[in-house]
Design a protein around this ligand. Structure first.
Ligand code: SF4
Length: 183
């Protein structure tokens, strides 16, 4: 059994990875740090959704107090096309630091469950951090449980967001509809 810190992007995405890791017998702790979620009210809604789920599951989750969206925007300005790399790195850097400080055996992320994320990029960024901080990255292709997690989140009545997190992803989600309405 390993003590694993799982960076959590949101409640619904954590369902399958938590089941999977607990099923393997690990002691799993969550870590919520997501300054890429905009606007702030959406961030709070996702945070509260995870908080309620964690309580129900008797799952220890650390909620970062910081919400440095200024730092996020400073780094992605003028390179919005590469924003996901920085976004993953920013969040997983904090996760690996917490894992190191807390003497976890490994860290991972619920981001690996989504077929809509840049899966190989997440893995690349995380493995680089694992080398630099000497904390193993527990890689699992959680995507095989994506549908199962979606179904369970619906049964639980959890809030399910409609876009990845940043304002750019929100625009990508909704702008085509706006164009359609203008016709
Ligand atoms: S699309 Fe998602 S992963 Fe990419 S920068 Fe925005 S919030 Fe981060």
């Amino acid at each position: 059994m390993a003590k694993i810190l799982m960076h959590v992007c949101c409640g619904p995405c954590s369902i399958y990875p938590l089941d999977y890791l607990r099923g393997e017998g690990h002691n799993v702790h969550g870590y919520f740090f997501n300054p890429n979620i905009h606007p702030y009210t959406e961030y709070i809604r996702r945070k509260e959704t995870l908080d309620a789920f964690a309580e129900k599951e008797n799952w220890p989750v650390i909620f970062a107090e910081e919400y440095p969206l200024e730092e996020y925007f400073r780094h992605v300005a003028y390179r919005e096309g590469q924003r996901c790399r920085f976004c993953y790195a920013m969040r997983l850097l904090q996760a690996v630091r917490v894992a190191k400080r807390g003497k976890f055996d490994a860290f991972t992320t619920s981001l690996l469950v989504s077929p809509f994320q840049k899966h190989e990029l997440i893995r690349e960024v995380a493995e680089d951090l694992a080398d630099r901080y000497d904390v193993p990255f527990y890689y699992v292709d959680f995507r095989k449980g994506f549908k199962e997690g979606v179904e369970k989140s619906k049964l639980l009545g959890m809030y399910r967001q409609q876009y990845c997190g940043c304002v750019f992803s929100e625009k990508e989600r909704y702008a085509p509809r706006e164009k359609g309405r203008q016709k």
